[in-house]
Design a protein around this ligand. Structure first.
Ligand SMILES: [Zn+2]
Length: 328
């Protein structure tokens, strides 16, 4: 029912049984560390509750499911304390909505980062939790439930979310498209949070992206063979070099794209536009196509277990020769 949510078997099992049996609590509190799937699971749970064909989760086809996917389901009200505290006005507005008859069987109220509610807002919400004016299901999510008034917490069925395991983090990062040696590093830095792991992985990618820009700059700067070979030795081991060449490919694709269209809209390196423009102006389109072929060839060799140092040297020397000799 909750495919795609990493870990949290306890919470998933509990919520799945609640949906299939139709025995729903009036209010839930999903609590646990940030970045472990509380919000994702909350939305999937609410969608499954709204679905008219619910058997094993939301069908994805019925009108409520379609509206949910489009973000237009009329019974869903979301308050979020992620960026600023949830104030009393927001809670009152939600309460006014509860007076109307729902489109489906009940109003669905999701309050994310609920501990970021002001005291007045929490007290106002408490009244609704005690005596709802109409059929409604509440989910509060939060990583610091101790900061919520105990009276609010006691009205909710508490569903604990635990920190994710290393394997779960790695699986989650792979789902997000990260791969290679970055995975264990990011998992080690994650402290059980997929969000934090993804940030760490993205930071490492930023570093590689910067390295690719710097290398491309060095290649057009007129370095001699010895200097280029020294540069090649700094490019790291096989997995690092493979990751770097992906960014380098994108760099030369950007140069090609700029030469052909002068359109910045699809540039991966739009933040380095001056350098893209400068380097693209120095070479011809066939040279850039050749440069891309050189990189792809080196990647193939690296994947086929070729000597890493040799591959790095070939990469630097061949590319430098092309981009320095290939004036338009
Ligand atoms: Zn459905």
């Amino acid at each position: 029912m909750f495919e795609g949510v990493i870990g949290q078997e306890l919470a998933k099992g509990y919520l799945a049984r609640a949906v299939t049996s139709g025995r729903l609590a009036h209010a839930y509190l999903f609590h646990g560390p940030a970045g472990v799937g509380k919000r994702t699971l909350a939305r999937m749970f609410l969608k499954a509750v709204a679905c008219v064909n619910r058997m094993d989760g939301a069908c994805g086809l019925c009108p409520p499911c379609r509206m949910f996917a489009a973000g237009t389901y009329p019974d869903l009200c979301v308050l979020s304390g992620a960026n600023r505290p949830i104030g009393i006005d927001q809670v009152r507005q939600m309460q006014r909505g509860l007076r109307y008859r729902p489109y489906g069987t009940r109003h669905l109220c999701l309050i994310e980062d609920a501990e970021e509610m002001t005291v007045e807002a929490a007290n106002t919400l408490l009244k609704t939790l005690e005596e709802p004016e109409g059929p409604a299901l509440f989910i509060l999510t939060g990583s610091r439930p101790d900061r919520l008034p105990p009276t609010v917490v006691s009205r909710c069925l508490k569903i604990p979310f635990r920190p994710l395991t290393r394997d779960e983090i790695i699986a989650g990062l792979e789902n997000m498209g990260f791969k290679g040696d970055i995975l264990p590093v990011a998992a080690a830095l994650s402290r059980g949070s997929l969000g934090r792991a993804a940030e760490a992985a993205a930071g490492r990618e930023d570093e590689r992206r910067g390295k690719a820009v710097s290398l491309a700059g060095a290649l057009v700067s007129g370095l001699g063979t010895a200097e280029l070979c020294a540069r090649a030795r700094e490019l790291g081991e096989r997995t690092e070099l493979l990751a770097l060449t992906e960014w380098l490919l994108l760099w030369y694709r950007d140069l090609l794209w700029w030469r052909e269209t002068q359109n910045t809209g699809l540039l991966v390196y739009a933040d380095h536009l001056d350098e893209v423009r400068r380097q693209a102006g120095r070479v011809t389109t066939p040279v850039l196509v050749q440069a891309i072929n050189v990189i792809e060839d080196v990647r193939k060799k690296l994947l086929a277990n070729a000597n890493v140092r040799l591959a790095a040297e070939v990469l630097c020397l061949r590319l430098a020769e092309l981009v320095q000799g290939g004036r338009a």
